[in-house]
Design a protein around this ligand. Structure first.
Ligand code: HEM
Length: 136
């Protein structure tokens, strides 16, 4: 999956990936902004940046990325923020839309690679969010 890592590097060079991911995510569904009222935007953007890295690293089988996804998922489950399941696909779509804007070499192949990696990571994240709560 070097294609994915190269695309991610090109996106990072623009320094816009996190901002665009977050802006596009907020705009994707009227419910989404309501979850971010009274949150610390800087903290959230740092989290978003590390989750983007986790998407890339997780697809390469990195254990640290797996742990990062599990840790992040903790607050999203039914006993904490209780994020509706249907909203997760918006996180994924807005990530790919942000990559489309930021990567000057974006192509159907690059899109497929991101889609595959993001699906894997988001599925894992959602399962972890649900699991954590089942164990309580
Ligand atoms: C797979 C997709 C997602 C990932 C990987 C992800 C990851 C994270 C991480 C790592 C944090 C910071 C740690 C924490 O505060 O618990 C966080 C915070 C947060 N997430 Fe997500 N998240 C995802 C989807 C969503 C969705 C769909 C929503 C709501 C629509 C959401 C709403 C929030 C909110 C409100 C915070 C707290 C922000 C703050 O207090 O600064 N997340 N997310």
């Amino acid at each position: 999956m070097t294609g994915l890592r190269d695309s991610y590097s090109r996106c990072l060079r623009t320094r816009k990936l996190v901002d665009r991911h977050f802006e596009l995510f907020l705009a994707r569904h009227p419910m989404i902004p309501s979850f971010f009222v009274d949150t610390n935007l800087r903290k959230h953007k740092a989290a978003l940046r590390s989750m983007q890295t986790a998407v890339v690293q997780f697809s390469l089988g990195d254990d640290l990325a797996r742990t990062a996804l599990e840790r992040g998922a903790r607050s999203h489950g039914p006993s904490e923020m209780n994020i509706p399941r249907a909203l997760y696909r918006h996180w994924m779509t807005s990530l790919i839309d942000a990559v489309r804007e930021c990567d000057p070499e974006f192509s159907p192949e690059v899109e497929r690679t991101w889609h595959e990696a993001a699906t894997k990571a988001v599925d894992y994240f959602v399962a972890a969010a649900m699991d954590v709560d089942h164990k309580r």
